[in-house]
Design a protein around this ligand. Structure first.
Ligand SMILES: [Mn+2]
Length: 374
């Protein structure tokens, strides 16, 4: 079923994407050897051998493996889930995969990912799975409609790298959580290898997509381990150039106009920032409606705004289709935006985080600003 060559052009069904929550695009942490290639490498992260072994046995013993990733999935979430799904299916295992958005659709940018025929609508996901794995979700709430299935699962394996996903969240019966991993796909690759399953070109494409998106094309996480993993994956023959083009060099024309509007109203505070400047702007529903631009298309605005040299922190507020403001925050390092966003009910990493606000942009920024301290 999985044609090796033509999959890149695979067109998944649904057009629009449901906007739920802010998936903080992970900024990987440098300085830690990301989990390596299976048994021989010896796990250096906080996940102990016994936990890895228990997870492997649970998967090997399961009749069916239920996979879920966070709502409004990004490349790391969907890439991790589809990678393990493809590996298990190739081994003849029963697999079901989904994410809990009310409007269930794969974001346009990720429609090139192989393995999307594994996906089922959340309504068709098992209500009480014997074994369930979650990917890139720091809390059970991030699973949206699938949170109930997670609570009912007999065994719940949490695969994640968010620092905010502490053991105190009580989320998961078995936890493959390593905040030093640059992406959840780093942990997923190790899991596949520990299961003794081969990483095919299609699986590698899923893993690579998570690795490049969460490291910002190797800009935030630049460890030898990250590049070594990329090397292993590219060696399978995957079209790395095509993946980059799909992810970063393709946008509808309307995006340029909406980006221009957002940049036109960007504010730098204080106006002549020397230290700890903040640059922020917003994208409203009206901005997008003028060009029929779906919410998912404006995720990249933050990556332009945060270039401002004068600012340590960049914030972009995006109004979703339900009228809630999804706030993305990025830090150059001195300020922990993960802590600030967690205090406002969101979460994420020290350099990349987010939260949801129901106040207008200026009021939201006023609430956030006092929390942006070194
Ligand atoms: Mn991630």
């Amino acid at each position: 079923m999985t044609a090796p060559t033509n999959t890149w052009a695979a067109t998944p069904p649904e057009p629009a994407l449901g906007p739920v929550g802010v998936p903080p695009a992970g900024a990987g942490r440098p300085g830690h050897p990301a989990a390596g290639a299976g048994a021989g490498a010896g796990a250096a992260g906080p996940i102990d051998e016994a936990t890895w072994r228990r997870v492997v046995s649970a998967i090997e013993a399961a009749d069916e493996v239920a996979l879920a990733c966070h709502v409004s999935p990004d490349g790391d979430a969907l890439g991790s889930m589809l990678a393990l799904g493809l590996a298990l299916r190739a081994a003849g295992r029963r697999v079901v995969a989904s994410f809990g958005d009310r409007r269930f659709a794969v974001p346009r940018l990720l429609r090139f990912l192989p393995g999307q025929d594994l996906l089922v609508e959340p309504a068709r996901f098992p209500a009480a799975p014997g074994l369930m794995l979650t990917f890139d979700a720091a809390t059970v709430e991030r699973l949206g409609l699938l949170a109930e299935s997670a609570r009912n699962a007999r065994e719940l394996v949490v695969v994640d790298h968010h620092a905010s996903n502490g053991a105190d969240t009580g989320f998961g019966t078995l936890r493959l959580v390593d905040p030093s991993a640059a992406a959840t796909t780093v942990l997923t690759e190790e899991l596949i290898t520990r299961l003794g399953l081969p990483v095919t070109e299609e699986i590698a494409a899923c893993l690579y997509t998570g690795l490049v998106t969460d490291t910002g094309s190797f800009r935030y996480a630049t460890t030898p381990a990250v590049h070594a993993m990329a090397g292993r994956l590219v060696a399978t023959g995957l079209p790395a150039d095509e993946i980059s083009r799909e992810l970063w060099e393709s946008s509808p024309f309307g995006y340029l106009k909406v980006l221009a509007a957002a940049l036109g109203r960007a504010v730098l505070e204080p106006a002549a920032a020397q230290a700890h400047g903040l640059v922020w702007t917003y994208v409203s529903r009206e901005d997008r409606a003028a060009f029929a631009l779906p919410y998912e298309e404006v995720e990249g605005v933050i990556d332009v705004v945060r270039r401002a040299d004068e600012a340590d922190v960049a914030v972009v507020l995006k109004e979703d289709d339900d009228g809630a403001w999804q706030v993305s925050a990025r830090s150059k390092g001195a300020i922990d935006v993960g802590r600030a966003c967690t205090a406002l009910g969101g979460g994420g990493h020290a350099r990349a985080a987010g939260f949801t606000s129901h106040l207008p942009p200026a009021e939201t920024v006023a609430m956030l600003r006092p929390l942006l301290t070194p």
